[in-house]
Ligand binder design. Sequence first.
Ligand SMILES: Nc1ncnc2c1ncn2[C@@H]1O[C@H](COP(=O)(O)OP(=O)(O)OP(=O)(O)O)[C@@H](O)[C@H]1O
Length: 666
Amino acid sequence: MSYLNKAAMRSKTGFWPNNRGTILGVAAFAVVIAIIPFTASSSMMNIAVFSMIFALPAIGLSLLMGLAGQVSLGQAAFFAIGAYTHAILLQKFEMPGPVAAVGGVAAAMLAALLIGLPMLRLRGHYLALATLGLGFIVMIAVREWEFTGRTTGIYGYGRPEVFGIPIDNNGLFFWFVAPFVLIGLVLALNLTRSRAGRALSAVNDSELAAESLGVNTYALRVKVFTLSAGFAGLGGVFYAYQVQIVSPQVAEFHVSVELLLMVVLGGLGSVWGAVAGAFIVELLSEGLRDLIPAIIPGATGEVQLIGYGLVLILVIILLPGGLYQVVKSAWAAITRRRADASAKRSPVIAAADDDGSGEVPTRAFGGLPSETTAGDGLDEVADAAASDARIPTVSTPVAAGEPILEVSGLTKRYGGVVAVDDVTLTVPAGQIMGLIGPNGAGKTTCFNMITGAIAPTSGTVRFLGEEIQGRKPHVGAEAGLTRTFQNLQVFSSTDVVGNVYMGRYRKGRAGILRGMFGLQGREQYAHEEIARDILDSMRLGDVAGLAAGDLPFGRQRMMEVCRALAAEPALLLLDEPMAGLSGSERELLAQLLRSLRDAGLTIVLVEHDVAQVMALADSVAVLDDGVLIAHGDPESVRNDPAVIVAYLGTDAEEAEAELKELEDQS
Ligand SMILES: Nc1ncnc2c1ncn2[C@@H]1O[C@H](COP(=O)(O)OP(=O)(O)OP(=O)(O)O)[C@@H](O)[C@H]1O
């Protein structure tokens, strides 16, 4: 099910989540929060307060791990920085509570920014290692530094007051912290559904594809890491208030493990899961505190870590998706049962469930079942498409015939292999250029260098007059250079329309803040409409709501083309877009490409179907062993002896006959 809920987006923009289920969930949570202090015992109240406090860093960690795909093993460091800064500002500088609290959150965010700026440039697990290191540094620093009170810590700064009322019991403190958790939860939920949140999910699925649609992955990750630390810092502020003493214990490794456990137990990628995880781990921690000394006499707090470790291992093995997955599966089972029941009642739906599986195709328009295999029913729709296909908007920043892409001396070496050797080419605007060559000729490497997926060994790439070689793919994408991939790069965590919606990224403006405050509903809705229109134009409207990973290969390829077109590119690089398509799908795509070219779009087409390239392209460039051996109009390239020999590895006359035969066959 797509996050993009049209009706909800039409009706609502603003702070509160724009999804009925979420609003109900938040309202129910608010009611539970209101009731707990009246019903819980004093020991349960204590657990509830700490659950609320730790829910804040857990929400932050859930955003970082679930959304941005980055692991932090030192969330406790930011929690501790928040707690210490708050306590120091209160006690040593006698600042008012709210100012000290803002200082605590700001200090945690600043520390994250300083760590994140260098670390998030690196790929892999560097952030996890850096945050682990930071955790130890913070713990040792506060333990050794006179200013932070060494092992004794900071204390004697008094309890908070709200409108003159001292917050001096667990019930009041629970209500004091609860609104912040509730607001934090709503902000985080809004973020997961926002343009920025969806971009982060896309980055998790395929960083290359997301970058190629204009997503600056580095900047987004730094922002989410900083935001995540802000949540941790706020948790630290409340912790300092609640325990009334901030000592080095707060920065210990086991606090980071506890937070990690909350997020994993709740379910990575689910903000609700992080909050539920906080309650469960606090209960578990209380249970282990009693259980472990009973099993192992004389056991200390360190042994409790073993308990956490065991639970973490068990969850990863038995419940890799955490509680979130359990709830999701249960909900899916309930809705399936409901669908079964209504199918029995409705003869129309029963007829649609023709395989008797009980699974009725979703969004089945125009009589096509949604899970068609490549080619099923497409012959007719391809014919229909010939007359009524709507053309996605294209941008035409330069006049037809003017150079839009200039590649000069482009070279890529991998050790002794020269994948691309001194290629110089100019692509004029408003034309289709075919880039062909035998396997391993260097076509994809050329695309990768032009788009920034890899840096050239030497040479320049100018797009719209700007040199972009060696820059990250989002730089070219922002300027209107979009591509598809030979090896499909599907955003499998979302549905088909969600994939194409991501193509609209460069046309959107809403950032993380607007996303968190839900101030982008209209923009999101408009982009979803465009995404659906593009899917319709490629006859994929019937599968818009399906999980992208469930589509047959050919339709995934078409979806990638739709996604690239959604970006309204000025230059579109297509890497073997016809591979795996049925005959009718190829025809539909060829037709679309012609129409797009006529509308002003410049296209570079890498394709093994030589006949299609010759029929479609205004000019053809031929690579062989990384060297550009021919470039010109299709007819002259077709008859170029060097091309014939390179392609077929035989003498020119024989090769020409073979080529003709191949073309006839295809
Ligand atoms: N990362 C890499 N490391 C080493 N060699 C590479 C790397 N990537 C590509 N190559 C080599 O560079 C050459 C060009 O590869 P490339 O994938 O660009 O060719 P291609 O024309 O796209 O081929 P195909 O039509 O089969 O997709 C090949 O010899 C390939 O083995």
